[in-house]
Write a protein that binds this ligand. Structure first.
Ligand SMILES: *[C@@H]1O[C@H](CO)[C@@H](O)[C@H](O)[C@H]1NC(C)=O
Ligand SMILES: *[C@@H]1O[C@H](CO)[C@@H](O)[C@H](O)[C@H]1NC(C)=O
Length: 459
């Protein structure tokens, strides 16, 4: 292990974690977790993308009412965020809503939830910029993942008690105001106890996952040896233990350099690669890929190991496997993010020793050339047939990133140029609508430009 180099990276990134603050409730924890990421983003040297639980969103959930300081008509079916002023316009018979006058000073993105509907409002302006939209999508994915992680987790919730009940139990046991760390200790010893049943162990992991989103909590898990237990559990004989262990690990690793270092030393990378390379249920692959992404992001040493261990071939096989189409976008996004990470570091002007060391580490990484060798030029555009704007956006930007080396491969793909033409006319329409609404730097305009760039370069 190159410990000197690892410690340096740790130092670099730990600076950004100083602003991390504790908060009382679930929602705030999620938001403050994002604050950490925002601080990282401000550093021009870092990639703009962070590791998140990339879960599929129900398009219906995206129908958001964007409130402003003026009354606006609420369309039928549109969910209204809590806390708005709502009135019935007697002339038109339509409902209207606006931000209450006292709240106009507030700024930023605000997550809301009402029954099964949820969304994001931007208190600064009527609509989102592409960057804000992305951020909002991520926040919502984070929220929706924790709240409606497929039917499977619904079943889990029925079987196992939710956190609030767990807390109530602890309180009833007269352990007033137990800290997160104490709860984590209990969950770890429950998981590690020889008397624990399979259900007990899965429940302990399920509860642990909730706590380790917080940077300090994940580091506490590490300091008491719990992280090592979780990594060991990645090759447990019981698949449900493996899957939940990967989920805990992914959440603990997200944006947490200390935990990343510990995990790679404990062999997490090899174990995750085995889960990705072998025949496993989709749910297991999904969690393994999540942990894998969290381990690699912003960690050049782990990326180097990933390449050495043949990880790119494994991702290539996974990308082309039948029945796991839902994972393709995540795989491509991870690769894009890693290529961008290097590019951004190299483009940053900074003479400091730390930056020079970072550059040196990224210089050794040859992900993009390996991707070209391993046929990613023809694999990536396959995803462009998606009907989701978010997917297309990511495919287009990845294609753009690779185009100088992939031009002839793109040209040889049957139907790609007519598909690009179709996307262009679709986004011309959507961008024009956007512009009519006063949006000068809109999301669809970005997509249109992206498609146009590729079309031009393929001529
Ligand atoms: C787990 O249990 C084993 C055996 O009882 C013990 O040696 C080990 O320290 C425990 N690990 C943790 C992290 O509690
Ligand atoms: C898990 O992997 C370790 C080493 O990586 C090995 O010693 C152990 O036997 C494996 N456990 C199972 C259940 O396969």
């Amino acid at each position: 292990m190159k410990l000197g180099c690892l410690n340096l990276v740790l130092f670099l990134i730990s600076v950004h974690l100083l602003n991390y603050c504790w908060s009382e409730n679930w929602q705030q924890q999620k938001v403050s977790a994002l604050t950490v990421l925002e601080h990282t983003e401000e550093n021009v040297g870092e990639s703009k993308e962070e590791a998140t639980v990339e879960d599929d969103l129900d398009p219906e959930d995206m129908e958001v009412f964007y409130p402003t300081n003026d009354w606006q008509v609420v369309k039928p079916g549109q969910a209204i965020p809590a806390g708005l002023h709502v009135r019935l316009n007697l002339e038109t018979g339509k409902n209207e809503a606006k931000i209450p006058d006292g709240e106009t000073g507030k700024t930023g993105l605000k997550y809301w939830k009402q029954g099964t509907r949820h969304g994001m409002v931007n208190l600064d302006s009527k609509s989102f910029t592409a960057e804000e939209l992305k951020k909002a999508l991520k926040l919502m994915k984070l929220e929706s993942n924790t709240q409606t992680e497929e039917g499977h987790q619904e079943k889990l919730r029925e079987t196992f008690r939710p956190i609030e009940e767990l807390m109530a139990d602890f309180e009833a046991m007269n352990v007033v105001m137990e800290t997160d760390m104490e709860i984590i200790n209990k969950l770890v010893s429950k998981f590690n106890s020889s008397g624990a049943t399979l259900e007990d162990k899965v429940a302990a992991l399920y509860d642990l996952e909730y706590y380790v989103h917080q940077v300090d909590n994940a580091q506490h898990l590490m300091s008491i040896g719990g992280l090592q237990l979780v990594i060991k559990a990645l090759n447990a004989t019981e698949p449900r233990i493996q899957e939940h262990a990967a989920f805990v690990l992914g959440s603990a690793l997200s944006g947490n350099p200390k935990v990343q270092i510990e995990a790679i030393e404990a062999g997490a990378l090899q174990k995750l690669l085995i889960l990705l390379a072998t025949d496993q249920p989709v749910a297991m692959k999904k969690k393994a890929l999540f942990a894998f992404s969290s381990l690699l992001r912003h960690f050049p040493f782990a990326q180097q190991q990933f390449l050495k261990l043949g990880g790119l071939q494994i991702l290539g096989q996974l990308f082309q496997a039948k029945g796991i189409e839902s994972l393709r976008l995540r795989i491509m996004t991870l690769l894009y993010d890693m290529v961008m990470e290097k590019k951004l570091i190299q483009e940053t002007q900074d003479d400091s020793v730390q930056h020079q060391e970072k550059c040196r580490q990224y210089d050794e990484l040859n992900l993009l050339p390996l991707m070209l060798e391993q046929d990613w030029c023809t694999m990536v555009p396959k995803l462009l047939t998606s009907s989701e704007h978010d997917t297309r956006e990511k495919v287009l930007r990845t294609m753009n990133l690779m185009i100088s080396s992939c031009r002839s491969e793109y040209q040889a793909i049957q139907g790609l140029s007519s598909l690009l033409d179709m996307l262009r006319s679709e986004y011309e329409g959507l961008a024009a609508e956007e512009q009519k609404e006063g949006e000068t730097d809109g999301y669809f305009l970005g997509l249109l430009n992206s498609a146009n760039d590729i079309i031009k370069q393929l001529k």
